[in-house]
Every structure is written in C-alpha cells, then in structure tokens.
Design a protein around this ligand. Structure first.
Ligand SMILES: Nc1nc2c(c(=O)[nH]1)N[C@H]1C(S)=C(S)[C@@H](COP(=O)(O)O)O[C@H]1N2
Ligand SMILES: [Mo]
Length: 549
C-alpha cells in the first residue's frame, strides 16, 4: 500500500485518511500549511501519515511480542479506520472501487500477514516469566531443517537467555542441537525473538507481502489511470468564439526574469483539498443542473462540448496568495458559457447563487450575477489548447473571471444547483472565509528578487499586476520610499488577464528597497495596509531589498 502511493500516486486508505485529516484541520492550520508548505503541503501531510504508520507498525510489533491477540485487534482497528476513511472519501462508482478496494485489501493483508508472521509466536503475558515454550508449532522448512528458535521471553517483552534454566528435553527444539544454532545462541539477538519465531517463514511471508504489494500497485494503477486514459482519448472541438490574437505588443516576455504572460499547464499553481487527484472518465461523466430552475438538465461530456464554445484568456488567483505570492496563473481556457446553460434551464426568481459540487465533494458558492454578467463565466474543458490537466479539474471546471478560486473555480465539476446564499453552506465559507470574494487589485515584483546583488546602472524592475474584471490602469515603483515612478505596461489583452510591467531603474551603489503598487481602471490604488489572506484576500505593497554595486 505504501508502495502504491509512492509509485502509483493512486488512491489508498492513506490518502483517504489524509483527506479526512485535511477536512478536519482547523482553517488556521490550513492557512499555515498553504502559506509555508505551498503545494508541498500534500507530500508533507503524506510524510506525516507515513511516519505515524511506521510508528504504529513498530508499536504493533512490540505489542505482538507480548500479545498476538492485542496486536491483531489493533491492526484490525487501524485497517477499519482506513476503510471507513476510504468509504467516506468515495465519490463516483469507479472511485468507490478505486478507494474502498485498496482499503479492504490493506485490511486483509495487514491482518493476514501479521497473523502469518506471528503465527508461531507463543509469547504471551499470561505465561510464566521464564517458561520455555514447547515446540509444537515448529515449522519444517526443509528436510532435516527446522528454523524455529525457542528462547524465553520475559514479561516485559525483553528476551532473556535460558542459561541456568535448561529447558526440558521434550521442550527443546531441534535447532538447539545443531552446532550452528547453538553457537548463535550465545549473546546473539536471536534470543530476543519470541518463542516460535521462524526466520525462514518470516522471510517467506515478507516476500509474499512484497508480492501482494506489487499486485496492489498494479491494481491501483489500473483504477488510478482512468482519468489519464480518458484524457488521452478525447479531443476538444474548436471554439466558435475565439480570444483575440495574442500579439507581442501585449506581453513583456522578453524581460529577463519576468513571469511569462501565459502560464504553462505544468507551471500553473495548484490549490485544492484533493490528496489523490480525482480520476474521472469523461465518457461516463455528467453534469447535473438543478435547484431553482424551470427544467432540470443533465449533460454528458459530448452534450457539453456540442454547445457553442468560447475561448478566453483569464488569470485565476487564490485567496491564500500572500503579498508577493505566486498563487495566480494566466491561461487560455475553452468552455461553455455558464449563462448559456442557465438560460437553457431557466432560473426561477429568488435565486442569487449557484452551488457547484465537485466529484470529491467540494462545495463552492458563486453569486448568480457573476455567472450571468458580461464577464463570461464558463464551464471550461480545455486549458492552453489541451483537455484540462487532471490536476486542474479534468474533464470540466468552472472559470469565473474576477472571483477568487474558492468561490468560483470548482474543479472536477459534476453538479450545479441554483439556490440562495441564505439556504446553504460551502466548504471554505464554513471555514472563516467570506462568501463574496472578488479578487483584489494586486501587483508583484518578479525581478530583481529579494537580496539580489545588482550592478550599478540600468536595471529592469519588472513583474505582473492584476485586477480581474476591472483591468489594470497603471503600475508605479518607488525606491527607498521616494516618489512613485510610472512603470511601462504593454497593451492590455483583456481586463480579466494580468498585465506585465517593467521599470527601468538607474541604480546607485548601496542597499535599496523597491516597492510596487498598481491602480485599477475603477481608479482604486492598492492600499499599503498589510492584511492576511483570511477572510477575503491579502492587501499591501510588495517590496524587495537589493544590494547594488
Ligand atoms: N474540487 C475542487 N475545486 C477547487 C478547489 C478544491 O479544493 N477542490 N480549490 C479551489 C481553489 S481555493 C482555487 S484557488 C482554485 C485553484 O485552481 P487550480 O488548482 O487549477 O490553480 O481551484 C478551486 N477549485
Ligand atoms: Mo484558493
């Protein structure tokens, strides 16, 4: 099972337990994890769970030394915890199989092998301290050879030698008469093994459990690859309404060290609560639209991409992004306008929100207005010319320009319910984040980086700024608290995309602090006041300190 996580990245009871840990983690701890561990928070959590499992396994081993029954009971309980977590974590039918099956196998394998490993261990608290076990459970591993040791085990689980209390002849195992075994006996750790310990059987069982793990990896991969195979098999039709041609005049990509205008799929930030990426087969996927509507609708993937498709460049941003942070990315998306879908179902009066649900149970509430106004919110099916990457929501996700991801960008989307804000709860708003969360006007210095050493003279100070659904009007730079100097901006692509900026700085020797701020097209200039991401997004000017000369 451990191998299957490491090698296959497939869902296992471990990730299921992890998912429950994530859900139960207080918001503040989650903020800390997102902020300090970034996208590494998942490996970090898994490493933590593995350590805990290793510790539990060691404890179980020690317990088994003293009482097999207690160890078996403990292992069964742990297996059931994993099974329960896997069951709670299930989503689709395939997903249930992919998650619950490994948990059942894990339970069976761990209990089964613990039983096998310790089958002949007879050490038990109930037994007198220095009793040497009768060797009935000897296992013959080969003609004339038995590999069972029979030292005594003290009450504390620490082995003692039998010196001075020779076992009765009847109780003496064969090996005690073999010269090799005898020589090993003196002072060897072999004596710390419980009665009935069989090294060969132990090795065989260990090998067998390795084989079972390998089969498990294979099985997990077959289940686990459903999404990848489906993604490889589909193609997305061309959009009938395409984004304006992207020209060199809209970017500053030639400035060294600047964030590229378009973020590649592999560089795109990822923030979600999914420990194992949901695996969805587009062929069996469907999207339900229901709630306060005249006609409910259920669309297959083919139905969805049969509708008119639009192509737009949109910059997504995460509310957890700190000043200077990198939880934002700009991509070309293709999808179906949410307003087209809502027209088709007919929204009834009184509705003011749409609750979207992902296959893994994420619930996100979006204001109805943001889904129907001219920002052109979409159900996206392609990202930068490819079907959505699995990590970014394959086969379909929401993209709503101008709203932070946690109130809009539902990945692995399966359900849309037209409703009222007053009538339900959503995942993040239950954890202290605001229900309404327009992206705040923001700017970041990409180059130079903090603590860089620069030559005196002309240096490019550059970065990105965004104010989705409003548009960036200007960006200014201040050095050492001096007057704000205008940065140069390329031609605006769209109000929903970030804008790169550059300022030619004539640097003099010494230590300097460079600050940036932007003004959006509503006339709002970023405040210097630093606030944390919770509850509705960070504010403050980004600055870097550099040494010149
Ligand atoms: N199913 C699901 N969708 C989700 C999330 C999630 O945890 N689960 N996180 C949201 C958040 S907080 C953000 S910022 C965006 C990030 O999208 P990305 O990972 O594609 O960059 O996805 C949103 N959609
Ligand atoms: Mo987010």
């Amino acid at each position: 099972m451990i191998v299957s996580v490491v090698v296959g990245g497939a869902p296992t009871p471990i990730t299921a337990v992890g998912a429950r840990v994530i859900d139960a983690t207080p918001g503040a701890v989650k903020d800390w994890a997102v902020e300090h561990l970034g996208t590494n928070d998942k490996p970090f959590l898994l490493a933590g769970i593995f350590s805990a499992i290793a510790a539990l396994a060691a404890v179980t081993g020690v317990i088994a030394w003293r009482s097999r029954r207690a160890a078996l009971v403990l292992t069964t309980i742990l297996g059931l915890v994993g099974l329960a977590a896997a069951y709670a974590d299930r989503t689709t039918l395939v997903d249930t199989a992919a998650k619950v099956a490994p948990a059942v196998v894990a339970l069976g394998v761990s209990v089964g092998f613990l039983h096998l490993f310790t089958r002949h261990w007879t050490a038990d608290q109930q037994r007198p301290k220095r009793l040497v076990e009768a060797p009935e459970p000897l296992v013959a591993v080969g003609a004339g050879r038995t590999a069972v040791s029979a030292p005594t085990v003290s009450q504390a689980g620490v082995a003692t030698t039998t010196a001075g209390t020779p076992p009765s002849a009847a109780a003496e195992p064969d090996f005690l008469r073999s010269p090799m075994a005898r020589s090993k006996r003196t002072g060897s750790t072999e004596n710390s093994a419980p009665a009935g310990f069989d090294r060969r059987a132990f090795l065989a069982a260990a090998l067998a459990s390795g084989a079972v793990a390998a089969v498990g990896v294979g099985t997990a991969r077959v289940f686990g690859d459903v999404g990848a195979r489906s993604r490889d098999a589909i193609s997305i039709p061309k959009a009938s309404d395409v984004a304006p041609q992207l020209t060199a005049s809209m970017t500053l990509d030639d400035v060294k060290g600047i964030t590229p205008y378009l973020t590649s799929n592999s560089d795109f930030y990822r923030v979600d609560t999914a420990l194992s990426v949901p695996q969805i087969d587009a062929g069996s996927w469907s999207l339900k639209i229901h709630g306060l509507v005249d006609n409910e609708l259920e669309l297959s993937f083919a139905d969805l991409v049969d509708m008119p498709l639009i192509e737009r460049r949109v910059t997504l941003a995460c509310v957890s992004n700190e000043v200077g942070g990198h939880y934002a990315g700009n991509a070309t998306w293709v999808g179906v306008k949410v307003s087209d879908l809502l027209k088709q179902v007919g929204v009834t009066s009184g509705a003011d929100a749409v609750k979207s649900i992902s296959v893994d149970g994420m619930t996100i509430a979006t204001p109805l207005e943001a889904l129907t106004d001219d920002r052109e919110a979409m159900i996206a099916v392609a990202m930068n010319g490819q079907p959505l990457p699995l990590e970014h929501g394959f086969p379909a996700r929401m993209v709503v320009p101008g709203l932070y991801g946690y109130v809009s960008a539902t990945k692995w989307l399966v359900d849309l319910e037209v409703t009222r804000f007053a009538d339900f709860h959503a995942y993040w708003t239950d954890r202290g984040f605001s229900a309404q969360a327009p992206i705040k006007t923001f700017s970041r210095i990409d180059v130079p980086t903090s603590f860089a050493n620069l030559p005196a003279g002309k240096n490019a100070v550059a970065g990105v700024a965004w104010a989705q659904d409003t548009g960036i009007k200007s960006v200014e730079v201040s050095v050492d608290g001096g007057p704000w100097q205008p940065a140069r901006l390329p031609r605006q692509d769209s109000i929903n995309t970030w804008r790169q900026w550059v300022y030619e700085w004539d640097a003099h020797a010494g230590n300097h602090q460079i600050e940036v701020r932007s003004t959006d097209q509503s006339g709002y200039t970023q405040t210097s006041r630093r606030v944390a991401p919770r509850p509705d997004g960070a504010t403050g000017w980004h600055s870097v300190n550099v040494t010149v000369g």
